[in-house]
Design a protein around this ligand. Structure first.
Ligand code: ADP
Length: 429
């Protein structure tokens, strides 16, 4: 569907007769906000997932698909659309975006070329693709975990980052400063991959080894309309991220970088989208900036993770999921940047074990500027830090006049928290 003919939706009133399919892995943080936004727009929602026995009714009532059998999953979706058509299809996470693109293509709904989405979801393919363009990326090589490691390291210059090619949320991403650290990291990642039953076989055997890029990191949230990138928000990540693991912590918008650098970031992300062949829908990118310029670490064809999408509501007055839902149905909503600043702290998991309790919540909530302290993991549940874990302990949201003020509020609120962790006893039978 060409977006030049997009209807610009100035009002936010309910729309009749729309039925949206949301393809999501079970337990995705993004599903809830999409369901809520669709309901606000008066749209009916159907979830496609692997949640037959889910206690969440939207999953249990939805389409049951198997992500590791994409052709069969596609057939299930097409059959459902023949019974009652969808007005738009959204893939929430990297594991769902290719299927969503294929289904939307088959049903004549707005979509990216499935191959472009596939490239964006696979770090090895993405690097190969960008190395043929002018986009600045780290030197890299692809490792085969079945082959001897030393044979594959000819000419490697440390420090490096080694990572799986198809996981997300920094799982298995490890900085290594020498060959010994690299061997240990590869063994650790192998164990993570062995426990991932949904990965395609080749993704479970392939690692990416790339040059460590120092510098300041930013995240970009954007929308593509007919190949043109519209930046919704640029987030500074004010804490140094030097490894060995790369936990996400602070995201603060608007960025305090100069306008020139912000424009260079936009151009670089746009060029990466173009190289992949992405043309439509949400884009989430991570970049590093240093004296050499802007480096692309990753460009994904999906929205930001966790509950962080809500920062966009503070920044633009529009809910991110509302913008994405409208796009999936061939509409473009106008987004205007608001005054003020907003930020989130993805609360770091301080250690492994069982979460006993989080103390100091009330004090954190009372810090001026703090909007919400949201603990996601319940007392008694296991905490798994990076590089193995992929969940967030919780989120602190803040708003203020300036990015500095927001950062201060988040840091103060974090300092109020005492995360009490007990040992984990596993019963071996
Ligand atoms: P994921 O998709 O799992 O989040 P990424 O490749 O985006 O994995 O890496 C996660 C984080 O690890 C990045 O945001 C960055 O902080 C760090 N990182 C990854 N690759 C590099 C690199 N080549 N140089 C420096 N830091 C890196």
């Amino acid at each position: 569907m060409p977006f030049s003919s997009l209807q610009v939706d100035h009002d936010r009133g309910p729309r009749a007769l729309s039925r949206v399919l949301i393809i999501a892995p079970h337990g995705s943080y993004r599903t809830g906000p999409f369901i809520q936004a669709a309901r606000q727009q008066g749209a009916e929602v159907l979830i496609a997932s692997q949640g037959k026995h889910s206690i969440v009714s939207e999953y249990a009532r939805g389409l049951q698909i198997n992500f590791s059998d994409e052709d069969q999953a596609l057939q299930t979706i097409v059959t459902a659309a023949q019974e009652r058509p969808f007005s738009g299809i959204i893939g929430t996470d990297d594991s769902a975006t290719v299927l969503a693109a294929r289904a939307a293509e088959q049903l004549g709904l707005p979509h990216n070329p499935p191959q472009a989405v596939q490239i964006a979801a696979r770090k090895d393919m993405a690097r190969r693709c960008l190395s043929q363009s002018k986009v600045r990326i780290p030197d890299f090589r692809v490792l085969d975990i079945r082959r001897s490691l030393p044979e594959q390291l000819d000419g490697v210059v440390f420090p490096c980052v080694v990572k799986p090619v198809a996981l997300s949320a920094s799982r298995g991403v490890i900085r290594v400063n020498d060959t010994q650290q690299l061997s240990a990291a590869v063994e650790r990642i192998k164990a993570i991959l062995a426990a991932e039953s949904q990965l395609p076989a080749d993704a479970g055997q392939t690692l990416l080894l790339e040059q460590f890029i120092s510098g300041q990191e930013v995240a970009v949230e954007g929308m593509l309309y007919d190949g043109e990138l519209d930046i919704l928000a640029l987030f500074d990540k004010p804490d140094p991220m030097d490894g060995p693991f790369f936990e996400e912590t602070y995201y603060i918008t608007p960025s305090r970088l100069s306008v020139d650098i912000q424009l260079a970031i936009r151009d670089e992300v746009q060029a990466a989208c173009h190289a992949y062949g992405l043309r439509e829908g949400p884009v989430h990118a991570e970049c590093r900036i240093n004296a050499d310029g802007v480096w692309i670490l990753e460009v994904a064809a999906r929205t930001i993770g966790g509950l962080c999408g809500r920062l966009l509501t503070y920044g633009t007055g529009r809910q991110l999921e509302e913008v994405v839902l409208a796009h999936a149905q061939g509409r473009r909503v106008t987004v205007n940047q608001q005054d003020g600043a907003a930020g989130v702290l993805m609360i770091p998991i301080p250690g492994a074990g069982v979460l006993k309790r989080v103390e100091g919540l009330l004090a954190a909530q009372q810090i001026p500027g703090v909007e919400e302290v949201n603990i996601q993991i319940r007392d008694g549940y296991e905490l798994i830090p990076l590089p193995e874990g992929g969940s967030y302990l919780g989120f602190i949201f803040a708003r203020g006049e300036s990015s500095e003020e927001v950062e201060r509020a988040l840091r103060k609120a974090h300092a109020c928290l005492n995360i009490v962790i007990g040992p984990l006893w596993k019963v071996l039978v």
